[in-house]
Design a protein around this ligand. Structure first.
Ligand code: GLA
Length: 378
């Protein structure tokens, strides 16, 4: 990972860029695997981000240089149908985005692009969504198209689902596109309404990357989604958002499907309660909800791994009752998010003994809630 940002004055294929856009990663405080069930999520856009420098071309080609991938270059015709690039899989996200934008009728123009980022990859912090939202915003600005943030988010989701092959929900893209400084976002993933929820004064957001690489998780992710859809169909609702525990228990679900659905139904309720707890500045209640969310991901949805369970337990013990910790993101590895009193954060991090599978110290981010994607230079 290249932690250096694309310098706005960066030489972009021999000339300076016309504009530079940033798009943040996100950390989800609570509400995991609820988005594609039309449910609720509570993410925060964070300071790690993707930067996209862009310059128009005289033809209809897209050419991209990726500083995080050894300055590899990929290029293609804007109007050609989508094709995966096995020698540059990172470019599939970008091409998925351009194809999704064209499919929605947006009149893009050819561009030279340079991308670089600080979002750790494979950590569950949405490096791919921030890349796609950044590309979307940059191409919209370049062609002077007024595209609303939520529309950029929907196209980024479509590009990932239709082309990259991960049947993701809308949380990551909406968080990156619509983030609000100093706020979490309470998102209704059915209506796509985004309600900023002020983070309490004096709360610290800590992120610890377990170092357990998530690898190719699309298969397991898509399987969970299919199980949720099967549960909704068996209960007779269009999405698990509309189910409650009594409906699940009366539907004769097999034990595995019941457990998957129970996670979603209980997690939706926890998100609503968490937004209230944050608004009330109640870190004790928030910590209890985070603990229950982690247990549900571990026992019912089965997306945690033992190392992450141990990391969460250690953080929770260090933090005490005022705050909490849970795995964040799609699961099977990646990062843990913790909330604690800001005046306790240094002591919590100093006390952390967790080591990555390779024996090294984990990557730790002390984060702040940031605004969504925007233009930083033209
Ligand atoms: C990934 C997906 C999101 C969401 C989370 C789990 O980040 O991209 O849409 O489903 O997993 O909450």
């Amino acid at each position: 990972m290249n932690l250096a940002m694309a310098d706005p004055a960066t030489d972009l294929f021999g000339a300076p860029p016309a504009l530079v856009v940033r798009a943040p990663g996100r950390v989800n405080l609570i509400g995991e695997h609820t988005d594609y069930n039309d449910g609720f999520v509570l993410p925060v856009a964070i300071s790690v981000e993707t930067r996209v420098a862009a310059r128009p071309r005289g033809d209809r080609r897209i050419r991209v240089i990726a500083s995080d991938f050894g300055s590899a270059v990929a290029e293609w015709e804007l109007d050609a149908p989508y094709a995966a690039n096995p020698s540059a899989p990172w470019a599939d996200y970008i091409r998925g985005m351009t194809c999704a934008m064209i499919a929605r009728g947006h009149q893009l123009i050819g561009a030279d692009l340079a991308v670089s980022g600080t979002v750790p990859k494979g950590a569950g912090l949405s490096s791919s969504a921030s890349l796609m939202v950044g590309i979307g915003r940059a191409l919209a600005e370049l062609a002077e198209l007024a595209i609303a943030p939520a529309e950029i988010a929907l196209m980024a989701q479509a590009g990932e689902c239709d082309h990259v092959g991960m049947r993701c929900g809308i949380m990551d893209q909406l968080a990156s596109a619509c983030g609000v400084k100093d706020h979490a976002l309470m998102i209704d993933c059915r209506s796509l309404a985004v309600r900023p929820v002020a983070l309490p004064e004096g709360v610290a957001i800590l992120i610890v990357h377990s170092g357990v690489e998530r690898g190719l998780v699309e298969g397991a992710y898509n399987e969970r989604r299919a199980q949720c859809e099967a549960a909704a169909a068996a209960v007779g609702v269009s999405a698990l958002r509309d189910a409650d525990m009594a409906m699940l228990e009366g539907a004769g679900l097999d034990p595995l499907t019941l457990a998957r659905a129970r996670h979603v139904v209980t997690e939706n309720a926890r998100v609503l309660a968490a937004a209230e707890a944050l608004e009330a500045g109640d870190l004790v209640a928030m910590g209890a909800l985070m603990a229950a969310s982690h247990s549900s991901m571990r026992d019912d949805f089965e997306i945690t791994v033992p190392r992450i369970d141990a990391l969460v337990a250690e953080l929770r013990a260090l933090i005490g009752p005022e705050g909490g910790a849970r795995m964040t993101g799609g699961g099977f590895g990646g990062a843990v998010v913790a909330l604690c009193r800001a005046d306790r954060a240094d002591a919590v991090l100093a006390g952390l003994t967790y080591r990555k599978p390779d024996g090294g110290a984990p990557l730790v981010l002390r984060e702040t809630a940031c605004d969504g994607a925007n233009l930083v230079m033209r």
